[in-house]
Design a protein around this ligand. Structure first.
Ligand SMILES: Cc1cc2nc3c(=O)[nH]c(=O)nc-3n(C[C@H](O)[C@H](O)[C@H](O)COP(=O)(O)OP(=O)(O)OC[C@H]3O[C@@H](n4cnc5c(N)ncnc54)[C@H](O)[C@@H]3O)c2cc1C
Length: 379
């Protein structure tokens, strides 16, 4: 039996929905999460799990600050979740190493290392000999590398489960296998939500339905420019050793897991909600990772899967009140960084709902900002 009312109803049981429930319940509210299937069954439970604000950042700015703040929450959160639920999210500050091969790559990476170093962030430039001494499995063809020692990794699936378990301990409730059908409104104000198991009255709905957020909002006449961006991953068992750090390039990455396996990624395709895995994607990933770590081709394949990132045309999340419908809050569109930004997003939504000053300026992420043409998706 579904409850008849809730302080806040959250649509979507991915990392954003579960983190939001966690922070709201900790503040003494009684949120209800509606998940149409199982918690973490989409991208959140299947993501690569990198916490990597620095590796691709070529300039400072609001999104970079958001991502750094997101990463800084994890060490304490991992301890809190372990203490509250017994679940280990496997947070490890293992660092990311980005090798370069050509002059053009080198120029970009050295410029990245320079501004981040000047900003006081941990970053180190290695020549060829130092890079291979640090990671002996790297290709002999590399010219050097840049190391970002504070970049980290978590187990995405256990992160979602731990956030949900902790939220429950603090008083949140979860209804799985229970799709939210539509928001119930009184003119321009939210009064409840209709679900497959009946209506729930609430003054506040948080939309955290990942790439389905736009579909859900269609009936509300609210434009939410979020669409699916498919990515594929492989899990492999190496024949011998693995690198100790994440090895990364703009084409591919290898993440050593605590179990001695490696996650290899990834691809980016705009093919709607199609999650089939293709041999072409596997070839792309294998080619990209082999250029970094040539021995990876001898690994055995354990699993291949695909997930859908919630893409927005400017690649920034949508965070804030929906201007045309009082009581609707958007927390979606985290694209490639939803694991990194999930816990912080939950805290920011808590601040919005409590009417507290935002710990991070949200203006750059406001849902009503102008967007580039959503058809101009990156290739
Ligand atoms: C291959 C790949 C690798 C990635 N690697 C990383 C990484 O290394 N680091 C990082 O930070 N991010 C990474 N990401 C991105 C990250 O996974 C996403 O940004 C994040 O999971 C989005 O979380 P979400 O909760 O918004 O969406 P989702 O995980 O999609 O969750 C939304 C949930 O809403 C539910 N839902 C939809 N409609 C309804 C409805 N009407 N009623 C009820 N429930 C509904 C869905 O079933 C789903 O469970 C990766 C993504 C992919 C695909």
């Amino acid at each position: 039996m579904l409850q008849k009312s809730a302080d806040v109803v959250i649509v979507g049981g991915g990392v954003i929905g579960c983190a939001t429930a966690f922070w709201l319940a900790k503040a003494g509210l009684r949120p209800l999460v509606l998940e149409r299937d199982q918690l973490g069954c989409e991208a959140s439970g299947e993501a690569a799990g990198m916490l990597a604000p620095q590796s691709e950042a070529d300039q400072a700015g609001p999104f970079f600050e958001l991502c750094l703040a997101g990463r800084s929450l994890f060490a304490a959160l991992a301890e809190e979740l372990k203490a509250t639920t017994g679940i280990d999210i496997e947070h490890r500050q293992i660092g990311i190493l980005i090798p370069f091969f050509r002059h053009s790559d080198q120029k970009v990476l050295l410029a990245r290392a320079k501004w981040q170093g000047e900003r006081g962030l941990a970053v180190e430039t290695l020549d060829r000999r130092e890079a291979i001494a640090a990671e002996s499995l790297l290709s002999e063809k590399i010219e050097g590398a840049v190391s970002f020692p504070e970049e980290a990794h978590v187990n995405s699936r256990t992160l979602v489960m731990a956030l949900a378990a902790a939220a429950r301990r603090h008083g949140a409730t979860f209804a799985t296998g229970c799709p939210a059908a539509a928001v119930i409104r009184d003119r321009s104000k939210v009064t409840g939500i209709r679900t497959s198991a009946g209506p729930v009255s609430t003054p506040t709905v948080v939309l955290a339905a990942g790439p389905w957020s736009g579909v859900f909002a269609e009936a509300l006449d609210v434009q939410i420019p979020v669409s699916p961006a498919k990515g594929e991953l492989l899990l492999v068992a190496p024949e011998g050793r693995l690198p100790r750090r994440i090895v990364y390039s703009k084409h591919a990455y290898l993440i050593p897991t605590p179990r001695g396996e490696a996650i290899l990624g990834t691809t980016m395709e705009f093919v709607g909600y199609d999650k089939r895995q293709t041999l072409a994607a596997m070839r792309t990933i294998l080619t990209g990772v082999s250029a970094l770590v040539p021995t990876i081709g001898r690994a055995s394949l354990l699993r291949a899967w695909a997930g859908l990132r919630p893409f927005t045309p400017d690649e920034l999340p949508l965070l804030g009140h929906c201007p045309s419908l009082e009581g609707l809050i958007l927390a979606t569109g985290h694209h490639r960084n939803g694991i990194l930004l999930g816990p912080l997003t939950g805290r920011l939504v808590q601040e919005l709902i409590l009417g507290a000053p935002s710990s991070i300026p949200l203006k750059p992420f406001r849902p009503e900002r102008p967007m580039p043409n959503s058809l101009d998706t990156p290739s």
